[in-house]
Write a protein that binds this ligand. Structure first.
Ligand SMILES: [Zn+2]
Length: 297
């Protein structure tokens, strides 16, 4: 999922983007998925690893994936899922019934925290631990726990290319959504520490300058936080809703993207409350926010 609309770089339905990586577009473009979900076939042999499967019920995607397997004379060894959102895991059953000879295929992912529902793929997942390695001819992929966009998020480090499949943590265009800002920032730093040469994101084009991109993401969040503080500081005695802050900060944002912007603003506000800079109260079922008074000033 992405946050802001802009003119997007076209992505072909099927493209070999490196010696061992083929990108197949999920054909599920909408504001929150940008050009659609990028799925990746990784390896060089007669069986390869598929990262993510796009949305359910997209015949064009299955057609393109079939073509990729035929063109490169390969089949699917196993599926690895970056996180539980439907535009990543939703296509598993379509892939399984249309493209597999046998049904005993591993679909691996990180388990969500207890009490959180997994997307139902009709058979059990193979839940893996942080740093699990997936191997196939020509490719070694290490699973790295990077929550923040979602509570189960995985990025995959491709050793042979010093590349990172970043899932929805870093996108090729625009900025990402997150459900927990604190863990999200830690995950951005974890990706930065891998010092990758290239990032293959789940949405948008290949990122050739990972360090610059990830640093921009971190700076963008810090700048957003400052903007929120500034808005609240303009009239320190007024309580504002997060929606009012969205209107002031995201000037000209399309209506369809305002909920996403609001989610991000709420995350920042909660972090600022934790930091002791903002206070919050509920009035008539609406959460209100205001800059915290400095009592000893
Ligand atoms: Zn996504």
């Amino acid at each position: 999922m992405a946050a802001v609309a802009q003119k997007l770089t076209p992505i072909p339905n099927l493209e070999r983007i490196s010696e061992r990586v083929i990108r197949i577009l999920g054909c599920n473009s909408r504001p929150m998925t940008l050009q659609g979900t990028n799925t990746y076939l990784v390896g060089t042999g007669s069986k390869r690893i598929l990262i993510d499967t796009g949305d359910p019920g997209v015949p064009d995607y299955i057609k393109n994936l079939k073509k990729a397997l035929k063109d490169f004379q390969t089949s699917i060894q196993e599926i690895v899922i970056t996180h539980h959102h439907v535009d990543h895991v939703g296509g598993v059953q379509d892939v399984c019934c249309n493209l597999l000879q046998s049904s005993d295929l591993n679909v691996s992912k990180f388990c969500r925290p207890e009490g959180n529902k997994e997307y139902d793929i009709g058979f059990p997942y193979n839940f893996v631990d942080d740093n699990t390695v997936f191997k196939t001819d020509g490719a070694t992929l290490r699973a790295i726990f990077t929550p923040g966009h979602s509570d189960d998020h995985m990025v995959l480090f491709l050793e042979e290319e010093n590349a990172v499949f970043s899932g929805d943590t870093i996108l090729g265009e625009t900025t990402a959504m997150f459900n927990d800002l604190h863990t999200y920032m830690a995950s951005l730093n974890r990706i930065l520490q891998l010092n990758p040469s290239v990032i293959y994101p789940s949405h948008g084009p290949v990122i050739p300058n990972p360090t610059e991109k990830v640093t921009n993401y971190i700076n963008h969040r810090l700048a957003r936080e400052r903007q929120i503080e500034e808005q609240l500081g303009e009239d320190p005695n007024t309580w504002l809703t997060s929606r009012e802050l969205v209107e002031r900060i995201y000037v000209g944002l399309a209506d369809g993207l305002k909920n996403a912007a609001n989610t991000n603003v709420c995350q920042h506000l909660q972090k600022l409350v934790k930091d002791g800079k903002v206070e919050s109260m509920e009035k008539d079922g609406t959460q209100l926010w205001k800059k915290k008074c400095q009592s000893n000033m």
